[in-house]
Design a protein around this ligand. Structure first.
Ligand SMILES: CC(C)(COP(=O)(O)OP(=O)(O)OC[C@H]1O[C@@H](n2cnc3c(N)ncnc32)[C@H](O)[C@@H]1OP(=O)(O)O)[C@@H](O)C(=O)NCCC(=O)NCCS
Length: 150
């Protein structure tokens, strides 16, 4: 397995992973809008097969993890943990002071993953996401690289 940069040519495979891994996946239009100078993207490859990816946005010193996903057949093998470690390293190299993200309150796998990397809960957005019945809260999480400067 190897982590490599992604570009728009990987969009359809990223979307296939997105759709297979999420009950409420991003649209292709949404994902397509996350290519450009403001973003960076990396994927985990098993031979030539993309099996997981992340997308990050850079806004000055504040970076955002826009999306991360691992194909269901490859989940539970530490792939997202490796991708998150890569995101942290890339963000520090690119001058980030913080990484932020939003996650569904019910997404225990992702929340566990983010806590493991060092993200802390910073707030709640009530009823932010559509859910099977009604709406669901988003938890805002952050990872400051120099917490004493905040
Ligand atoms: C969240 C996701 C990326 C994790 O990918 P993964 O490759 O399976 O993650 P890892 O194997 O690196 O496991 C990460 C940690 O989460 C834990 N975990 C995995 N599934 C879990 C679950 N259902 N409940 C609680 N913890 C879980 C693992 O045990 C591991 O923790 P550990 O190292 O302390 O044992 C994957 O489940 C996914 O693609 N989900 C759908 C997309 C999604 O929710 N993205 C996040 C959007 S904010």
């Amino acid at each position: 397995m190897i982590i490599q940069p992604l570009n728009e040519q990987h969009l359809s495979v990223m979307m296939a992973i997105e759709v297979s891994a999420n009950a409420f996946p991003w649209s292709e239009q949404n994902m397509s809008s996350c290519f450009g100078a403001r973003y960076f993207h990396f994927g985990m490859f098993d031979q030539a097969q993309l099996v997981g990816f992340y997308i990050a946005e850079m806004a000055g010193p504040d970076f955002t993890l826009m999306d991360i996903g691992v194909h269901p057949q490859y989940q539970g093998k530490g792939i997202a943990s490796q991708l998150m470690a890569h995101l942290v390293e890339q963000s520090q190299t690119r001058g980030a002071e913080n990484i932020f993200l939003e996650v569904r309150a019910s997404n225990q796998a992702a929340i566990h993953l983010y806590n493991k990397v060092g993200f802390c809960e910073m707030g709640i957005r009530k009823n932010y996401y559509p859910a099977a019945t009604g709406n669901e809260d988003a938890i805002l999480m952050g990872l400051p690289f120099n917490p004493f400067a905040m």
